[in-house]
Ligand binder design. Structure first.
Ligand SMILES: [Ca+2]
Length: 294
């Protein structure tokens, strides 16, 4: 009798320990009263691969940190565009690059080596150059020994290129000869700039490949805008004016630009290839829709 009672107590204790152990190993799940293990193995789902589905905030929605002023048209050294980009990259958050290069008329910056990739959001605003009255007064061109180079490579997203002339960048591969290369993150703005033209706006000074390329997951960019001041002129380049590649990019707005015309809109100044090459979804060409803040 005693032995049977002891055996019953031992069995009850064993079941209790077993139940506690099972509960400890069960994965708590929100909204489930039953904490027992799920008999169906749960396999983690791959995250959404459409990189542009959650856009970065546009620069207009961010607070500007520091302003770096370009006071020299030299390639390197204090006060140069290169130094400004380096400084802006080194600070977290959005910064601004303004221009105050001495002299009247168009000021030319001749690069000898490629600029640093823009890895922190920045507003590069050529309209701040003294004397600006609607036509760009700062020209950035190539004068290095390398036979392939791009001007701006922007991976930071949330950046603005405004009011500049970008020309003369040579190509020796499929990835060189671009004035502006937007990659990785999006919500950038390119406006009020001339790509592939000389400072008169009437003749070509070609980039060896493409004016602007959007790629690598960068989406929600605005190229051009809704006012004459925001118009880009992309003409005279060797191949394509604007290329939006496949690979997750999309939802860009291309509005108010002139492709293949001179800057006064009075004559054809053709790009060597397509004006537009688009291989990404949901891009808007033209129109007046302003739903997004960029
Ligand atoms: Ca920064």
């Amino acid at each position: 009798m005693v032995s049977r009672l002891l055996a019953s107590l031992f069995l009850a204790a064993l079941l209790t320990v077993s139940g506690a152990a099972r509960s400890a190993h069960a994965q708590p799940q929100a909204g489930r009263a039953d904490a027992s293990p799920d008999p169906v193995p749960v396999t983690a789902k791959a995250p959404c691969s459409f990189a542009a589905a959650r856009p970065a905030l546009p620069a207009s929605a961010l607070r500007v940190g520091s302003t770096f002023v370009v006071t020299s048209a030299a390639d390197t050294g204090a006060g140069t565009l290169r130094a400004a980009i380096t400084s802006a990259n080194a600070l977290a958050g959005l910064d601004r690059i303004a221009f105050a290069i001495p002299g009247s008329g168009v000021q030319r910056i001749t690069l000898k080596t490629v600029l640093p990739t823009i890895t922190s959001p920045v507003v590069i605003d050529g309209t701040t150059q003294p004397g600006y009255a609607g036509s760009p007064l700062v020209e950035v061109t190539w004068g290095g020994t390398a036979t392939g180079a791009n001007c701006f490579t922007i991976t930071a997203g949330s950046s603005v290129v405004r009011g500049l002339i970008l020309n003369g960048f040579p190509t020796n591969s499929a990835t060189t000869g671009y004035a502006i290369w937007l990659d990785v993150l999006g919500s950038n703005v390119v406006e009020g700039s001339w790509l592939g033209l000389d400072p008169s706006g009437r003749a070509a000074r070609p980039n060896g490949n493409v004016g602007i390329t959007i790629r690598g997951g960068s989406g929600f960019n605005r190229i051009g805008g809704y006012t004459a001041a925001a118009r880009n002129v992309i003409a005279g380049n060797a191949t394509t004016a604007l290329s939006i590649t496949s690979g997750g990019t999309g939802r860009n707005r291309i509005v108010g630009n002139w492709f293949g015309l001179n800057a006064t809109g009075t004559a054809v100044l053709p790009n060597g290839g397509n004006n537009l090459f688009i291989a990404a979804p949901d891009d808007t060409i033209g129109g007046t829709e302003r739903a997004r803040a960029t």
